[in-house]
Design a binder for this molecule. Structure first.
Ligand code: ADP
Ligand code: S3P
Ligand code: MG
Length: 179
């Protein structure tokens, strides 16, 4: 099935879109190693994302994120990489993604993001204060509005809960065949 033995496939999109979950499954399907950028940062820092934000602030996290992204790209010619929701929006990271692999935007309606994140928002520091679903929804709409300009530059896009492994494989095959 995979047409390229070594390819980098990057998943971008909002928190809760399913980048980590789908990324793992895609890596198995393509026989490629999987990396989650947040997990790579956590491993190098020896503390979790919430602790990094709390102790150092967002600017520090964004610098580490940009540096670790470039390390992963340098080290792995073949990889499925789940990025963090903010990754493409800082430090020219989107350019790195677009120039070194296939970038797929997992586009998920805010209603579905709210449903998925209602319970898990605490581990995502930018959403951690939004305990109330109404506040969470408003925060997600605001964030999406600011990030749309970055996400929409991905050449591949999969919409809603139809983003299955098979759907992404078909999308990518068509894209590879077209150019
Ligand atoms: N296809 C899916 N259907 C239902 N729930 C999902 C699906 N993919 C992910 N989730 C759930 O949504 C939440 C966020 O998923 P995750 O993969 O961590 O997203 P991201 O990495 O984009 O933030 C998790 O609780 C996960 O179990
Ligand atoms: O949207 C964001 O700015 C962030 C999303 C998180 O990743 P997920 O998209 O995997 O939740 C993580 O990188 C960090 O909490 C910041
Ligand atoms: Mg994730």
């Amino acid at each position: 099935m995979p047409t390229l033995k070594k390819m980098r496939l990057y998943l971008i999109g909002m928190p809760g879109a399913g980048k980590t979950t789908l990324g793992r499954a895609l890596a198995v399907a393509y026989g490629l190693p999987f990396r989650d950028l947040d997990e790579e940062i956590v491993r190098r820092e020896g503390r979790n994302i919430a602790d990094i934000f709390a102790a150092e602030g967002e600017a520090y996290f964004r610098e580490r994120e940009a540096a670790v992204l470039r390390e992963v790209v340098r080290e792995l010619p073949g990889v499925v990489l789940a990025t963090g929701g903010g990754t493409p929006c800082f430090h020219q990271n989107l350019e790195v993604l677009l120039e070194t692999g296939y970038t797929l935007y997992l586009e998920m309606p805010v209603s579905e993001l709210v449903r998925r994140l209602e319970r898990g928002a605490a581990s995502r520091p930018l959403l951690a204060q939004a305990a109330d679903p109404g506040v969470l929804e408003a925060r997600l709409y605001e964030t999406l509005a600011a990030r749309q300009q970055f996400y929409s530059r991905a050449p591949l896009r999969c919409i809603g809960t139809a983003c299955s492994v098979g759907a992404v494989q078909r999308l990518l095959s068509r894209y590879q065949a077209s150019g």
